[in-house]
Design a binder for this molecule. Sequence first.
Ligand code: GLC
Length: 669
Amino acid sequence: MNILFASSEVAPFIKTGGLADVAGSLPKALAASGHDVRVILPLYEGIGQDWRNQMNYLFNFNVSLAWRTPYCGIFELKRDGVTYYFVDNEYYFKRAGLYGHYDDAERFAFFSRAVVETPGYLNWHPDVIHANDWQTALVCIYLLEERHRIPMLYGTQSVYTIHNIEYQGRYGKDLMVDLFGLNSGYFHEHMLAYHGDINLMKGAIYAADYVTTVSPTYANELQYAFYAHGLEGVIADNRHKLRGILNGIDTALYDPANGNGIAAAFNPDDLSGKAACKAALQQAVGLRQEPNVPIIACISRLVKHKGFDLVTSAIHDIMAMDVQMVVLGTGDWGYEEAFRQAQAQYPGRFSANIMYSAALSNAIYAGADLFLMPSEAEPCGLSQMIAMRYGTLPVVRETGGLRDSVRPNGVDGATGFTFADINAKDMVWVLGEAVGLYYGNKDAWHYLQHNAMTADFSWNRSAEDYLQIYNWITGKEMHPGRPFEEGPAEPQAPVEAAPVPEEPAPAEETAPVEETPVKKRVTRKKAAPKAAPAEEKAPAVEEPAPVGEKATATEVPAPVEVKAPAVEETAPVEEKAPAVEETAPVEEKATATEAPAPVEETATAADEPTPVEEKAPAAEEPAPAEEKTPAKKASGRKTAAKKPAAKKASGRKTPTKKSPSKAAPNAEK
Ligand code: GLC
């Protein structure tokens, strides 16, 4: 099957969020099962020279964008079995940042036209074009007509994936004909019209042959206004072709056993290296060298829907426990400032790192003990899965992909801690449960760590689910040469069949006004895993409920005090902690090639940037303090090559010598 994957960002070339990770890993997984997978993205200014040196210039043409005919150069790079096409137009993409420009509608309409027109110039027929989020929504709409007009697109089907419904691409109606080049007939309620405006995501949901979102729970949540941001009716109207498929992560990249970018390698059966990672992290971010105090970590954009109202309003409650905390990320000033103040107030115990750093994020995933992700909404979330790979137990709100990827303490195969409502007190309670387990029941803690580290977060299963959808809409074989029966054993339930989550109860401080709080989801106690001998008397518990099952209300155990045990002073780790810094990937240079003819290969696999080099010595595990187990309240879910032209590596507006002699019209605006 020929698959063209269109995305406005793709790791490792350029990234602002999880969309890039998915666009960087799902195509690889699809290609690994024998399909011809090609990915197309804009050639942004931010794409480094090292990558450009591996690109080959293929050709250029002029895109049809209403009355505009902007230049479009196509560069190619091959890597890990996938072919990447970079769309070049310096007027649109030689700018700082990816999004947020006054003419984003025009920039991504141009890109979407380029996606649809490129196959014709490649003389390559995509069976499926897979578009993502609002930036490529127009691809699905343009395809409605172009698949009858461009021979290479005859029969091409479209899949549209919603990674975050909050960003829809809403513009004035006047752009439709003059900018998007669409007939005014597209302005109707079952296409682009939305309260008198144009809504690109809405149009794509109607126009696409199939729609997916990034977790089964999010697919269900989208029927509620709280989550759907005004598109709940559109979702309801298109439920028959909507499915939630949980994202995977690149498990080869995020593997503590290879030790890449972390102070010491470790694995599920030998966690000794994690102590060295913890000491290195404490050293790197200015936390006290206390091997026995749990570190709670947050790595995120600091924005409301990630749950930072809960975190900032509960900072003192969290720090009242015997814990350390490290935050990494940038975002809204109010959150940044709250974390800076916490750092000033809790020196050596709270570390605010208001920045973006891939190297430091690796050090945190590897060295922390708990990963806090209390999102109000989370379509999928990848960080919690990465944290689990490194034995850093997630504490998450039961929403979207968080709910689908974390099994709460108390059920078989538990991998973390969860709470149901958008409520800071519930979050603190569950953090207390986690901290209590850390101090009071090491065996149970290690049981969770082992489960988390061995859970399968690879793309293996989810890539099959996408192939099944491609198969449904195209009739093409999922596995050429293999009998159809060997397809995925168990299709996920369509959106209607999956369990319907309750509406979230609004956070005390932050709840949206329109939402009415709904009854709380269960409360049940959690059981320590059977395998874990409780050292102290753990509160009496019921049998762990199977995941997915809804708990029924239970008595909340009288909170036993959650006293974090005093920790003995430990000698600071002497060795130097590794300096955490960004390292540029090393790549090889491609050789120059001639224009139009697609060149075969050249690209060398570039290694992912990997940070920390030195090894910090393993700090010895001090004997766990024996204190009371904390009280628990169950949260309970039971549930260019420049080769292109050797000359200009960067995006060009004008063709190089080898390029066809078309003049490169400036993109008018
Ligand atoms: C968006 C979502 C995030 C998801 C990612 C990849 O960034 O907010 O939850 O993991 O897309 O699909």
